[in-house]
Design a protein around this ligand. Structure first.
Ligand code: FCB
Length: 454
């Protein structure tokens, strides 16, 4: 099963999850520093203070990627390294670090994909309202201009935001992520200002022009097909609401320049959307060059008028795990066919743009065995099944250009701390030793033959 020539085989990480060095070279505090240090927020009180220490171990990690023939690396820039205050003065040492990272990738023939925002908002901006405030969208565009001005000559792929749904709903809606609010009204305001920030950042980058490396600009969304658990109208309605909140609330403004009416209606008692100003949707729907898709699971839901404790309670639903479904260590059902379904839907309903799967992977209870190996056969099965599903979508006409395994390394898994391991490389945290798992060798084989064995 072959993939097209030039298919971009990558791995992904994010700044706060791997860098550590939170107080070095002028970096300011982010909302994740504050959140992880607040008691009771993150599993066992874990923080990203040290994480994988990639800030100091950059060369080793780059060499590791080269060893496995990885063709692309998706990383994110920590805004508080670039602007410790979230606005104003630029910290040159922060820019220098990412310049070293990008040059190190090029020296090894690895294509960089840069994400501008993977959740580490500078704390001073949160103190002024964070993403519930329009000011943050404007500051984000300025910050984008600084990073783009510095690196556009050597980074081709630019992702504005990673998963605005997670930032809004987990961060401001149900509070399991930084900054930890529990307010539907705030989540809706954050959604709009994140999307506006994306649009303004797109305009900022476009206005600076193409640097000659043929810059490709896009956004990454986490998307999940949604289906009812029972074949009855209230459950179908429930599925429609979750699809609206999780998928259409982001896809519609970006690709159609409008918010989904049914979802505005559903949330009208929470918020009157007066934060949407004339021209905003035009900005948000500024043309992009590609869509990044993070796929982890499908959602199966049923109506639940009381709402339950999970993230979709505001949609008055309960999430149901399909009977007999295999699950990852996160408890997420393994449903590779959902990826085919998702990609075909995007192609049919939204756009014909190139798509990159910017994240896909699974957490397992990995451990180092007495021989010193981490044998993660289940991860190989997971990745392989999803690659087959992606291939099937390509056969159905989807213009898929690349795939990034989440993650290169085990890392700080947000509210789960270090308890959940997603890497194809194991990290022994106390020694920071990297131990490639069996899946890393398998992935190297896939990349080498540009496809899967039949
Ligand atoms: C995604 C995040 C990424 C990682 C994976 C498991 O939602 O973008 O940082 O935590 O989930």
């Amino acid at each position: 099963m072959n993939f097209p020539e030039g298919f971009l085989w990558g791995t992904a990480t994010a700044s706060y999850q791997v860098e550590g060095a939170v107080n070095e070279d002028g970096r300011g505090p982010s909302i994740w520093d504050t959140f992880s240090h607040a008691p009771g927020r993150v599993y066992r009180g874990d923080t990203g203070d040290i994480a994988c220490d990639q800030y100091h171990r950059l060369k080793g990690d780059l060499d590791l990627m080269a060893e496995f023939g990885i063709k692309a690396y998706r990383f994110s820039v920590a805004w508080p390294r670039i602007q410790p205050e979230g606005s104003g003065p630029v910290n040159q040492k922060g820019l220098d670090y990412y310049r070293r990272l990008v040059e190190g990738l090029h020296e090894r023939g690895i294509e960089p994909m840069l994400t501008l925002y993977h959740w580490d908002l500078p704390q001073p901006l949160e103190d002024r309202g964070g993403w519930t405030s329009r000011e943050t969208s404007e500051r984000f565009a300025e910050y984008t201009g600084i990073v783009y001005g510095s690196l556009a000559d050597s980074v081709r792929f630019w992702v504005t935001l990673n998963e605005p749904w997670v930032s809004s709903w987990l961060g401001y809606g149900v509070g399991v992520h930084a900054p930890g609010y529990r307010s539907i009204s705030k989540a809706l305001a954050a959604t709009h200002h994140l999307l506006l920030g994306h649009g303004l950042a797109m305009q900022e980058m476009r206005s600076r022009g193409n640097s000659g490396v043929h810059n490709q600009l896009g956004i990454t969304l986490n998307l999940s097909p949604v289906r009812p658990s029972r074949d009855r109208e209230p459950d179908r309605e429930a599925a429609r609401r979750v699809d609206g909140q999780a998928n259409r609330l982001y896809l519609d403004p970006i690709f159609r320049g409008s918010y989904p009416e049914d979802i505005l209606d559903h949330y009208s008692s929470e918020n009157d959307f007066s934060f949407v100003r004339d021209g905003d949707l035009k900005t948000i729907s500024s043309p992009i060059d590609f869509l990044g898709v993070n796929y982890y699971m499908r959602h199966m839901v049923r109506e639940d008028a009381a709402g339950t404790d999970d993230v979709f309670s505001s949609a008055r639903v309960r999430v149901v795990i399909p009977h007999g479904a295999e699950k990852t260590a996160m408890g997420w059902p393994i449903e590779p066919e959902g990826l085919t379904e998702l990609l075909l839907r995007l192609d049919r309903e939204y756009m014909k743009l190139p798509i990159y799967i910017t994240e896909n992977g699974c957490a397992l209870n990995d451990y180092v065995d007495p021989e010193g190996c981490v044998n993660d056969e289940e991860r190989i099965a997971y990745l392989e099944a999803h690659l087959r599903a992606a291939h099937e979508a390509m056969a159905g006409g989807v213009d898929l250009r690349g795939y990034f395994a989440w993650s290169l390394l085990d890392n700080f898994e947000w509210a789960e701390g270090y308890s959940k391991r997603f890497g194809i490389v194991y990290v022994d945290y106390p020694t920071q030793r990297r131990i490639p798992k069996t899946s890393a060798r398998w992935y190297a084989g896939v990349i080498g033959r540009n496809g899967l064995e039949d």
